[in-house]
Design a binder for this molecule. Sequence first.
Ligand code: ZN
Length: 290
Amino acid sequence: MNNIEKCAVCHGQEFDTFLEVKDYMITQEQFTIVECKNCGFHFTNPIPEENQIGEYYKSEEYISHSSTKKGVINFLYNVVRNHTLKQKVKWIKNTTGGRRLLDIGSGTGHFLKTANENGFSGYGIEPDDDARSFAHKEHHIRSCAQEELYKIDTKSVDVITMWHVLEHVYHLEKDIEEIHRILNSSGKLFIAVPNMGSYDAKYYGEFWAAYDVPRHLYHFQKTDISKLFLKKGFALEKVIPMRFDSYYVSMLSEKYKKRFSLFGFVIGFISNMKAKKNGYSSQVYVFEKK
Ligand SMILES: [Zn+2]
């Protein structure tokens, strides 16, 4: 295990234990989420070594990487995904002038396929070999291994997207610096992450499915993510709600609590109603270069 000694947001070195959470998805192992005493940022600590984390992704159930339609939750996930894909393309189209797109953590390439069908010229960065070859075979999407990120030409990209990816990234500060380098001066950055300040996060506590330890290394709220990116030369332009995530996450959390998963619909609905105060279950943060 790898003990994190420095907060990524403020570089503080003192942390309080915030919550003990189980890896309900795969291993059932217990992990700790800590809170930085100085700035309040939450992160999983300790975390598995980088070369061990692959073991924690090995499951049929980890649907981010597959298209299997098993069970009600997964079925709904796929229906909603198709709708969300189109919505994401609309967001980036309305916000950016340029069409050179880089999707970091492009997975099986569904988003890039939809974007490229709508006028973008996009490619991906994806650490998983199988996902990369699937994207190529099924969708004719070009994606490269993680190391390629550091070789991309300076200011050569108009829009960078990371859809539920930043919370998984091992070299957080270094990668944000690289993103800043490769994005052109008027470029836009779209980051979707779960929001641990949301009503559903507070309602479910240790059972909240979007803690998803140890795969999620960081547990963001609007204040932390703005501070982190501000430090690296980005300004927060706007926050876009992801209204379906509260339903999906709440249903999964009900499953972890061993209750009736459809009850999650009610909590998801309440969470969206209370989002003015707490923010949505997941949100997209749109950044521009300062
Ligand atoms: Zn801190």
